[in-house]
Design a protein around this ligand. Structure first.
Ligand SMILES: *Cc1c(COP(=O)(O)O)cnc(C)c1O
Length: 424
């Protein structure tokens, strides 16, 4: 363990909550050097929607490497890229009637967001991007400027500007339909809001605490964008690739964003891969205007293509996610109802779920206790008050049961500790 503490920067984070050394992983399970097995309800922050080392994806990757196929290509044409684009067009875009061009930005989510913001500014000639309370879009300066969390913003070291924050759905407890706030400001010449280039939004805020925007709110927001000719960007990096059921999380609301970012589970195996999708008339890029060395990582094309073929040719996978989501929601409600002294509520959509605690400290203790008993989960939310579930979407029911049992025990243990402390 020492080498990590001596050599690795203080910036390391997840390893502090899970102080062990991981070795192998399969499906919804990950193992450490001591031979302890954990249920993984973190899933690489949503990068492992199909679980660790899915056999079909792994086989595709190993076959590709074994034949000395090209690995690094910048953005030159390759067979792997052709297969990916054809499959993405045929399996994802065409059946949904989506007329998007596909941009390969750098391989991280933040770079897909940077590309989206640059393009919106270039296309409209305007600077301001509207973002939302508790939104998260990445840690590079442009993406950070549209991110809510004050601790993360504080790391920028320069002013984060050209962005305006607005209340997300339900920010004001449902007393006002919050998107009307944006509409009022846009219509009021005295509002002080410069005419924005675009709006960037998550349909469910993953890092922000599993806050769910209603379909009605999203449609209202899209309508405001159309009325005022703002581009409508959906950041589907965490909620896309089936996390909420359908491939894109915005499908159920019946909206069609102008620009979409996806990443995390896109490669299906945790390999770095991101896309920025734009309606074709918005494709005003000059060649090379948003460049990057790792925009053609062929192993990720290969596993992403295999994932699309395996999971997205039919609607069966979405149905499976919906069924698992109903089951998990019921179990989490049960835990919340048994511990009203600690848990305020549950929320979520699909297999993005949260247990909202009265105190951030209690949410943290529950995750610690769960880790000790073999379950990985993290906290999220503005104050880290939400215990967040992102299980692999194809987690077998027996692993679900085992994970939920560990969680239930962890909540009970923390409840006991808290009440003992209160009585002392
Ligand atoms: C993770 C995430 C990002 C940033 O992706 P990175 O790969 O960490 O740069 C952006 N937006 C959302 C919604 C995310 O969940």
């Amino acid at each position: 363990m020492q080498v990590f503490e001596q050599v690795e920067s203080e910036v390391r984070s997840y390893c502090r909550n899970w102080p062990t050394v991981f070795t192998t992983a399969k499906g919804s399970r990950i193992n450490d050097e001591q031979g302890k097995s954990y249920i993984d309800f973190f899933a690489g922050a949503g990068s492992l929607n199909y679980g660790h080392n899915h056999p079909v994806l792994k086989e595709a990757l190993m076959g590709y490497l074994a034949e000395d196929n090209v690995v690094h290509t910048l953005d030159t044409y390759s067979v792997a890229k052709r297969r990916f684009l054809e499959t993405f067009r045929d399996v994802v875009l065409a059946p949904r009637n989506l007329d998007y061009k596909v941009q390969f930005p750098g391989p991280a989510g933040n770079n897909a967001v940077e590309a989206a913001l640059k393009l919106a500014r270039k296309y409209t000639g305007r600077e301001t991007i509207v973002s939302f309370t508790n939104g998260f879009h990445g840690m590079t300066l442009g993406a950070l400027a549209v991110t809510g969390n004050s601790m993360k913003r504080g790391g920028a070291g320069v002013p984060l500007n050209n962005a305006a924050t607005m209340p997300y759905d339900n920010y004001m407890d449902g007393r006002t339909p919050d998107f009307l706030w944006l509409r009022s400001l846009l219509e009021d010449p005295g509002s002080g809001l410069d005419r924005p280039a675009a709006v960037i939004v998550e349909t469910v805020q993953g890092e922000g605490g599993i806050n769910v925007a209603s379909d009605e709110w999203l449609r209202g927001l899209e309508a405001v964008c159309r009325e005022h000719e703002l581009l409508f960007i959906v950041d589907d990096i965490q909620m896309g690739c089936g996390r909420t059921g359908p491939f894109f999380s915005f499908e159920r609301a019946g909206i069609t964003p102008d620009i979409v970012t996806i990443s995390k589970s896109l490669s299906g195996m945790g390999l770095p891969f991101a896309l920025t999708l734009m309606k074709s008339h918005l494709d005003v890029w000059e060649p090379g205007e948003h460049n990057g060395t790792f925009r053609g990582f062929a192993p990720a094309f290969v596993t992403a293509t295999a994932a699309l073929e395996t999971f997205w040719r039919t609607d069966d996978f979405t149905a499976q996610v919906d069924a698992n989501a109903d089951w998990l929601d019921g179990r989490l409600r049960g835990i919340a109802e048994s511990h009203p002294e600690l848990v305020i509520t549950t929320r979520g959509r699909g297999l993005a779920r949260g247990l909202v605690f009265d105190e951030p400290e209690h949410a943290g203790l529950v995750c610690q206790e769960a880790f000790a008993n073999g379950l990985l989960m993290e906290t999220s939310g503005g104050a880290d008050e939400v215990v967040k579930f992102l299980p692999p979407l194809n987690t077998p029911r027996s692993d679900f049961e085992e994970g939920v049992d560990i969680l239930r025990e962890a909540v009970a243990t923390v409840a006991k500790e808290v009440s003992a402390k209160e009585q002392a």
